[in-house]
Design a protein around this ligand. Structure first.
Ligand code: GDP
Ligand code: ZN
Length: 451
């Protein structure tokens, strides 16, 4: 029987302590006294009001407690939850009492692990629990909830069934080689595999979108000092977080802000101005800014349209050559000078960070550049956010491709079945059907205590 705090104690009005395992009700019962004698008989899924005492009957707190009889609980085992006040000492004393009575402190993720081992959820749903808790953003949360509901698991299981049918056909062929496989079944195997591939492909391709939705898009604001990088960051974010000064070179280090663009999360980083300098601190800032170019998804290269371009601008432009970049010509509220022709593959947007002119167009361009492709036929509920899922499904695709090749090359059915079996296995890794123990351990080790 395991016990752990299910909420974080110390701040909240209410804290919840959860127990799971056979006999947990009997363990808790002596410590919960109802007003007037205690809950007589605990019915499942009812909330009881009472006092929680230690083993010498001293009251620790006023509580509500609920018993959830197996299998209708989070872990599918008997579960008891005690809702007490959220104070540190309260939580600690109740836990202590329960441990002395024989409950063991749960390992990180152990409740969810039990839910998985008892077959209530599959691996994608367990990961969904983490995703839901960790979601920092609406759209990430939206996908996480669907993973939690099992949308991805359902999809994988369905495809897996189809592949298993084909495998069964092949195996009949292996077992009764004298009966030459007839063409209808050969064609039907190829047909099934092809349709599975077609179903998988957009899902595998959705991984980039999934990552973008989960982690956001990193946008680096680059340009020489005083062109208005910090002002632009403020104009985009709509607050005064970045320090704006008239002194060139004040944003020494980098500064990150988050921007929500209709559900798309941008992580904007302001950098020290790029220019030749003898100041070692400034040089370090420039070095860091350049180091960030490679990691950025999008670079905003800012040019001062009032002053025009010089060598520092041109060298900054050179650094962005291979990047997904937008050239921003700032200070449109001031008289502008002619800007020489710019590389034509970069969009050029003219703005005024001071007045806000053009900022909406810039936001629009950012959305396009962020590359959330609307045209992808991957339904939202199947968007991949986990590297593990992406790997397994890519592998499935690859093995299916090989299987079809082997079929077309007229290889022996044993060979073909081998490839197909591997495809079935990598598909099963996603839901945990065929996941090796180390994969399962790795997933649950990411959880913290009480989940
Ligand atoms: P950074 O060094 O590139 O981060 O530039 P800052 O954002 O600190 O701005 C440098 C100076 O340019 C400040 O005095 C800003 O007020 C001014 N500035 C920035 N954007 C604009 C703009 O669009 N129009 C005008 N007129 N001034 C601006
Ligand atoms: Zn700045």
């Amino acid at each position: 029987m395991i016990v752990a705090p299910a909420t974080s104690f110390g701040q909240g009005g209410i804290g919840i302590i959860r127990l799971s395992g056979p006999g947990c009700l009997d363990l808790v019962r002596p410590f919960v006294l109802g007003l007037g004698g205690g809950p007589p008989s605990w019915k499942s899924h009812r909330l009881y009001y009472g006092q929680f005492t230690d083993s010498s009957q001293r009251v620790i707190d006023e509580v509500m407690a609920v018993y959830m009889a197996s299998p209708r609980s989070y872990t599918r085992e008997d579960v008891v939850e005690i809702h007490c006040h959220g104070g540190l000492v309260v939580g600690r004393r109740i836990l202590e009492t329960l441990r002395h009575a024989g409950a063991r402190t749960a390992q990180p993720g152990e409740f969810t692990l039990r839910a998985f081992l008892n077959g209530r959820i599959d691996l994608t749903q367990a990961e969904g629990v983490m995703e839901v808790i960790e979601a920092r953003h609406r759209s990430a949360h939206q996908i996480a909830v669907q993973h939690l509901e099992g949308s991805l698991a359902h999809f994988c299981n369905e495809l897996r069934e189809q592949l298993l049918d084909s495998l069964a056909l092949l195996e009949t062929w292996i077992d009764f080689p004298e009966e030459d496989i007839d063409h209808p079944s050969f064609d039907s195997i190829v047909g099934t595999l092809t349709s599975v591939i077609e179903n998988l492909r957009p899902v595998v391709a959705s991984f980039r979108n999934g990552r973008v939705l989960r982690e956001g898009v990193s946008v680096l604001i680059l340009g020489k000092p005083n062109v208005g990088k910090s002002s632009l960051l403020n104009a985009l974010v709509g607050s005064d977080r970045a320090i704006v000064t008239d002194l060139p070179g004040t944003t020494r280090d980098t500064l990150e802000e988050q921007l929500d663009l209709d559900g798309l999360r941008l992580r904007l980083t302001d950098t020290a101005g790029l220019r030749d300098s003898d100041d070692p601190v400034e040089q370090e800032g420039v070095r860091r800014a350049c180091g960030k170019i490679a990691q950025a998804d999008i670079v905003l290269l800012v040019i001062d349209g009032h002053r025009g371009m010089d060598d520092d601008d041109r060298s900054a432009l050179g650094r962005c050559a291979g990047k997904n970049s937008i050239i921003v010509i700032n200070k449109s509220d001031l008289p502008s000078v002619e800007i020489p022709s710019l590389p034509s593959h970069f969009p050029v947007i003219t703005v005024s960070a001071a007045t806000g002119a053009g900022i909406d167009r810039l936001r629009e361009e950012l959305r396009i550049r962020a590359g959330i492709a609307d045209g992808e036929e991957c339904p939202e509920s199947l968007i991949l956010t986990e590297e593990r899922h992406h790997q397994a499904l890519s592998q499935t695709l690859e093995k299916l491709g090989k299987t079809i090749e082997s079929l077309n090359a007229g290889l022996s059915p044993e060979f073909i079945a081998l490839d197909l079996r591997e495809a079935v296995e990598s598909l099963g890794v996603i839901t945990g059907e065929t996941a090796p123990e180390e994969v399962i351990n790795r997933i649950f080790s990411r959880f913290c205590i009480g989940k």
